[in-house]
Design a protein around this ligand. Structure first.
Ligand SMILES: [Fe+2]
Length: 278
């Protein structure tokens, strides 16, 4: 069986990315696919992009590549902190690099041991649509459907995606939905002091390995593995003294707490789910 490592949501965390690539090399896996959000958040985002370009055979566009490389956004409409963040990120890249980020594909598809595996950043209908593990079944199912952004118009058997920064697998209607997790910015939005387990379950670097017969429509052996590996979080923080969002970045990578919980709560409450009562 061949193996492919799938990485996502690196978010400029160079320490975590290097550790993940070392682990992939130790396993002699020579194909890596990236599901996007290489940039934004950590200060070493340019170095992360260089490494991903060097090591990955396929790079899919994330919402951060899309948003920060766009030239059609009127920044005067944004709050000042968002303007500062946007300028700080864009200044790290040349115009050619920003055009490159904008040109990245939305989606990648291949058959593995007879299953149509679709890989994308967030959702077939949009690069910034959030689907979480506690979502309603119809929302979870919608991620298997094709759209104008997908390569084929088939329903996927397996979907691999990122965006929510939390590894999980959900099986429904004989299909498998897999969030590969985040290399550099793992979070858990369901928090409770009494119920919380060891924080390392969340804040380690996460990636995913899929195994099977690549580009084969014959139904055959198929397996996968979620990988969660420690890296030097303090060293990553020490390299981020110039980060315009230093406190938010530190809080996220050290404790796995997302910087904007109001946004998460609103997304779920719009779907009738109160995440404080789960
Ligand atoms: Fe992300």
């Amino acid at each position: 069986m061949e193996e492919i490592a799938i990485i996502s949501d690196i978010h400029g965390n160079l320490e975590a990315l290097q550790k993940v690539l070392e682990d992939i090399d130790k396993r002699n896996i020579n194909q890596i696919i990236c599901l996007g959000d290489i940039i934004a958040k950590g200060t070493n985002m340019h170095e992360c992009l260089e490494l991903v370009k060097k090591r990955c055979s396929v790079i899919i566009k994330g919402n951060c590549e899309d948003y920060y490389s766009r030239n059609d956004i009127d920044i005067s409409e944004l709050p000042q902190s968002s303007q500062i963040r946007r300028n700080w990120i864009r200044e790290k890249f040349s115009n050619e690099e920003l055009s490159y980020l904008q040109s990245l594909p939305f989606c990648y598809e291949m058959y593995i041991s007879g299953r149509l595996v679709r890989m994308l950043h967030a959702h077939p209908n949009g690069i910034d649509i959030h689907v979480g593990n506690i979502d309603k079944i119809e929302n979870l199912y919608s991620i298997f459907l094709p759209s104008e952004n997908t390569i084929t118009q088939e329903k996927a058997d397996i979907v691999l995606y990122g965006h929510s920064h939390m590894q999980y697998m959900q099986k429904l209607y004989n299909r498998v939905l897999i969030n590969v997790g985040s290399v550099g910015n793992s979070i858990d939005v369901f928090r409770n002091e009494e119920k919380d387990a060891n924080i390392k379950n969340t804040v380690n670097a996460n990636y995913f390995i899929i195994k099977g017969k690549m580009n084969s429509r014959d139904y055959d052996v198929f397996s996968y593995e979620f990988v969660n590996i420690p890296y030097d979080i303090e060293k990553e923080i020490s390299k981020n003294k110039d980060n315009v969002d230093f406190e938010d970045y530190e809080e996220e990578i050290k404790y796995g707490r997302y910087r904007d919980m109001q946004k998460v709560k609103k997304t779920f409450s719009n779907r009738g789910i109160d995440i404080d009562k789960i």
